[in-house]
Design a binder for this molecule. Sequence first.
Ligand SMILES: [Zn+2]
Length: 258
Amino acid sequence: MTRDDSRIRQLGQALEAAERILFITGAGLSADSGLPTYRGLGGLYNGTTAEGLPIEAALSGPMLQRDPALCWKYLAEIGRACHGATPNAGHRAIAELQARKPGCWVLTQNIDGFHRAAGSPAERLIEIHGQLAPLYCQACGREAADAERRLAGPLPPRCDACAGVLRPPVVLFEEMLPVEAVERLRRQQAIGFDLVLAVGTSASFGYILEPLLRCRTAGGFTVEINPATTELAAWVDLHVPGRALDVLPQAIGHISEQ
Ligand SMILES: [Zn+2]
């Protein structure tokens, strides 16, 4: 048995033993579905747009107000990439575990909706950065149907009723996190988790790192699943070097059927 095999077996044992489980997922999980990270969007050079802006400025709340066409140029690129991709075996393994473990939750930074598409129950899924659909009008609040068609049309897409600029319910840079999602996370953290796993994320935001640290402080077990070694290495009990779509189905395969 190789060292990596023994880590996957150890992960399987941890998943089997735990009842309160939190998966924290980030861009690395969806990259395995072929999605670019926002820094990997086309037309960027070292994270700078053709307009000479950092991509974080182009995809910011203030830019959507000041220059909606520019912000939408990159939003639409993300949207088209998501419409062209599907969840992978990592998303499906997490959803399968949630079906078997009623205390298993997902906190995701991803806006692609792949956890929902893979079958994660909405009531145990916290999309902390929002989602790409449905588009709604910033002026009158009306929802717009057929987001996919609008991404292929003139940008920015506009409201059929009032011609206001449409936007997706995502959290852009410099915008607040959705209150409802933050509150759900807070309530679940108060109950506590005995196993927290960071999957394809370096968890650089405080609200992503905090659940790991809390779990550890309370005597729980923490895991990182990532092909790379990240700054989280110091904070986890087990690092499984690999891609979630390979590692998670194998680890769950070690859990005995009940
Ligand atoms: Zn409108």
